[in-house]
Design a protein around this ligand. Structure first.
Ligand code: 13P
Ligand code: SF4
Length: 298
């Protein structure tokens, strides 16, 4: 399958890009792997005409908004994000009506329609910077209550938080982190800000998946407890062969949607040029500014 994928990539002028939570074999054949911000940046500067986007739907949609002339394919269109589905444009409009002076910051884990209703987008690696850039205004943060609370705490502010969350990160518990710390007392705890507060309070560092990779490589420490989705451990181990990584809850901290993408589906995608992800022009026109403003300040 790998050989066929390589051959089809050349024939179609395609690139395969993957999120850090993809299964190991998908990351291994991808041309580029990254976190949400790195993938958005890549999507804004594509040279290839065809992109096979190995991630969840909102990621491919963001790429389609930033590069409307390219063909963006997702190997499984059912790979969604339950957190992104927790907020709709209607619900956001109702919240905005209650807080007319507030600015809306939306996590990139959101639909194009929600982005179209927002002032600026953010990812987990730039959320603090993005919110800070808005100055001393009231902020509505959607949909992740955990990332929103993390930023508000960091800035010593209070935000209007939407009650969304990531079901995968919610399955990582503080008692599991405590058990790992007892087992590996020399290890640093790296947690994703999508984790709930008791877990965040146990972390030495709160980082996006891309930041975790850079941090682990630069750190003099040799052992790390990793509190985020299991897939990140592939990159951590491949890029840092001399270091040890201990995932918290490796059987529960798995995003079933990220795992829907397989090597076989990538092959089918390139063979059939499916499934194409597009965003209606009127929505894309209103959503693009929200993403570009984020890219400008990151
Ligand atoms: P990052 O890769 O930006 O840390 O995002 C995590 C995530 O949950 C993506 O769905
Ligand atoms: Fe959505 Fe969580 Fe899966 Fe990321 S890990 S795609 S936030 S459900």
């Amino acid at each position: 399958m790998e050989e066929q994928i390589q051959e089809l990539k050349v024939r179609r002028g395609a690139i395969v890009i993957a999120h850090n939570y993809q299964v190991d074999e998908v990351q291994a054949i991808a041309d580029f792997t990254g976190d949400s911000l790195e993938l958005s940046r890549k999507a804004a500067q594509l040279r290839e005409e065809v992109v096979v986007f190995c991630g969840v739907h909102f990621m491919a949609e963001t790429a389609a908004i930033l590069s409307p002339d390219k063909t963006i394919l997702i190997p499984d269109p059912n790979a969604g994000c339950p957190m992104a589905d927790m907020v709709t444009a209607d619900k956001l409009r109702a919240l905005k009506a209650q807080h007319p002076g507030a600015k809306v910051v939306c996590y990139v884990n959101s639909s194009a329609e929600v982005k179209a209703e927002s002032d600026i987008c953010c990812t987990s690696s730039n959320a603090v910077k993005v919110c800070e850039s808005l100055g001393d205004v009231e902020i509505i943060f959607v949909p992740d209550r955990n990332l929103g609370a993390f930023v508000a705490e960091k800035l010593g502010r209070e935000f209007i938080l939407y009650n969304g969350f990531c079901p995968t990160h919610e399955r990582i518990r503080d008692i599991d982190v405590l058990a790992m710390k007892a087992q590996y007392p020399g290890a640093l705890v790296l947690a994703h800000p999508e984790c709930n507060k008791p877990v965040r309070d146990l972390a030495d560092e709160l980082l996006s998946t891309g930041q975790m990779c850079h941090f682990a490589t630069a750190s003099e420490n040799r052992e790390f407890i990793i509190a985020t989705e299991l897939g990140i451990n592939y990159r951590l181990r491949t890029e840092n062969p001399g270091k040890r990584f201990y995932p918290v809850n490796p059987d529960r901290a798995v995003c079933p949607n990220m795992k829907k993408i397989t090597v076989e589906k990538i092959l089918w995608s390139l063979q059939d040029m499916k499934q194409r992800v597009t965003v209606p022009a009127n929505i894309a026109a209103r959503a693009v500014g929200c993403i570009e403003r984020m890219l400008e300040i990151s």
